[in-house]
Design a protein around this ligand. Structure first.
Ligand SMILES: [Zn+2]
Length: 112
Protein backbone atom coordinates (compact mmCIF):
# COMPACT_ATOMS: atom_id res chain seq x y z
CA UNK A 1 0.00 0.00 0.00
CA UNK A 2 2.75 2.40 1.00
CA UNK A 3 4.72 1.64 -2.15
CA UNK A 4 1.66 2.08 -4.34
CA UNK A 5 0.78 5.41 -2.75
CA UNK A 6 4.32 6.65 -3.24
CA UNK A 7 4.29 5.67 -6.90
CA UNK A 8 0.95 7.28 -7.45
CA UNK A 9 2.02 10.50 -5.74
CA UNK A 10 5.15 10.62 -7.85
CA UNK A 11 3.14 10.13 -11.00
CA UNK A 12 0.78 12.94 -10.05
CA UNK A 13 3.73 15.19 -9.22
CA UNK A 14 5.34 14.41 -12.56
CA UNK A 15 2.11 15.16 -14.37
CA UNK A 16 1.73 18.43 -12.53
CA UNK A 17 5.31 19.41 -13.39
CA UNK A 18 4.68 18.61 -17.04
CA UNK A 19 1.49 20.66 -16.95
CA UNK A 20 3.26 23.63 -15.35
CA UNK A 21 5.96 23.47 -17.99
CA UNK A 22 3.33 23.39 -20.72
CA UNK A 23 1.61 26.42 -19.25
CA UNK A 24 4.89 28.29 -18.98
CA UNK A 25 5.67 27.44 -22.55
CA UNK A 26 2.31 28.74 -23.73
CA UNK A 27 2.71 31.96 -21.80
CA UNK A 28 6.12 32.60 -23.28
CA UNK A 29 4.85 32.07 -26.79
CA UNK A 30 1.88 34.35 -26.35
CA UNK A 31 2.26 37.35 -28.63
CA UNK A 32 1.42 40.84 -27.47
CA UNK A 33 -1.79 42.20 -28.89
CA UNK A 34 -0.16 45.24 -30.40
CA UNK A 35 1.49 44.76 -33.77
CA UNK A 36 5.27 44.73 -33.74
CA UNK A 37 7.32 47.81 -34.48
CA UNK A 38 7.72 48.62 -38.14
CA UNK A 39 10.75 47.31 -39.98
CA UNK A 40 12.00 47.11 -43.52
CA UNK A 41 10.25 44.50 -45.56
CA UNK A 42 7.91 43.75 -48.43
CA UNK A 43 4.21 44.30 -47.97
CA UNK A 44 2.19 41.10 -48.45
CA UNK A 45 -0.62 43.04 -50.08
CA UNK A 46 0.91 45.64 -52.41
CA UNK A 47 4.40 44.05 -52.56
CA UNK A 48 6.03 47.40 -52.02
CA UNK A 49 9.37 47.43 -50.24
CA UNK A 50 8.78 49.75 -47.35
CA UNK A 51 8.29 49.88 -43.61
CA UNK A 52 6.05 46.96 -42.75
CA UNK A 53 4.58 45.55 -39.58
CA UNK A 54 3.85 41.96 -38.73
CA UNK A 55 0.22 41.10 -38.16
CA UNK A 56 -0.97 37.82 -36.83
CA UNK A 57 -3.88 36.32 -38.64
CA UNK A 58 -5.71 33.15 -37.95
CA UNK A 59 -5.96 30.67 -40.74
CA UNK A 60 -8.35 27.80 -41.07
CA UNK A 61 -7.70 25.09 -43.57
CA UNK A 62 -10.06 22.32 -44.42
CA UNK A 63 -8.49 19.29 -46.00
CA UNK A 64 -10.20 15.96 -46.50
CA UNK A 65 -12.93 16.99 -44.11
CA UNK A 66 -10.50 17.65 -41.26
CA UNK A 67 -10.05 21.23 -40.13
CA UNK A 68 -6.65 22.45 -39.11
CA UNK A 69 -6.03 25.75 -37.44
CA UNK A 70 -2.91 27.78 -37.70
CA UNK A 71 -1.58 31.23 -37.12
CA UNK A 72 0.28 32.95 -39.91
CA UNK A 73 2.18 36.21 -39.90
CA UNK A 74 1.46 38.73 -42.62
CA UNK A 75 3.51 41.82 -43.21
CA UNK A 76 1.66 44.93 -44.26
CA UNK A 77 2.75 48.48 -44.92
CA UNK A 78 0.96 51.28 -43.11
CA UNK A 79 -1.50 51.69 -46.00
CA UNK A 80 -2.51 48.06 -46.16
CA UNK A 81 -2.37 47.34 -42.44
CA UNK A 82 -5.66 46.09 -41.05
CA UNK A 83 -6.97 48.61 -38.58
CA UNK A 84 -8.60 47.40 -35.42
CA UNK A 85 -11.45 49.35 -33.92
CA UNK A 86 -9.23 50.39 -31.02
CA UNK A 87 -6.56 51.65 -33.37
CA UNK A 88 -9.10 53.62 -35.38
CA UNK A 89 -10.53 55.21 -32.25
CA UNK A 90 -7.18 56.11 -30.77
CA UNK A 91 -5.49 59.17 -32.14
CA UNK A 92 -2.22 57.68 -33.28
CA UNK A 93 0.36 60.29 -34.16
CA UNK A 94 1.58 59.72 -37.70
CA UNK A 95 5.27 59.68 -38.47
CA UNK A 96 6.44 62.68 -40.40
CA UNK A 97 8.18 62.15 -43.72
CA UNK A 98 11.46 63.06 -42.08
CA UNK A 99 10.96 60.46 -39.33
CA UNK A 100 10.12 57.82 -41.92
CA UNK A 101 13.23 58.66 -43.91
CA UNK A 102 15.33 58.39 -40.78
CA UNK A 103 13.77 55.03 -39.99
CA UNK A 104 14.40 53.79 -43.51
CA UNK A 105 18.00 54.93 -43.35
CA UNK A 106 18.49 53.20 -40.00
CA UNK A 107 16.87 50.05 -41.32
CA UNK A 108 19.14 49.99 -44.37
CA UNK A 109 22.15 50.28 -42.12
CA UNK A 110 20.81 47.35 -40.15
CA UNK A 111 20.22 49.35 -37.01
CA UNK A 112 16.65 48.19 -36.60
ZN1 LIG B 1 0.96 47.53 -48.71
Amino acid sequence: MGLLDDGFARKIAAQRRAWDMTKEHENKNREPRQPAAPKMGVCDKCHKETMVRAFRSRQTDRMDGAASFGTVFKHYCEECAPKSRAQKDAEVPQLTNKQVKNLMRSAKKGLL
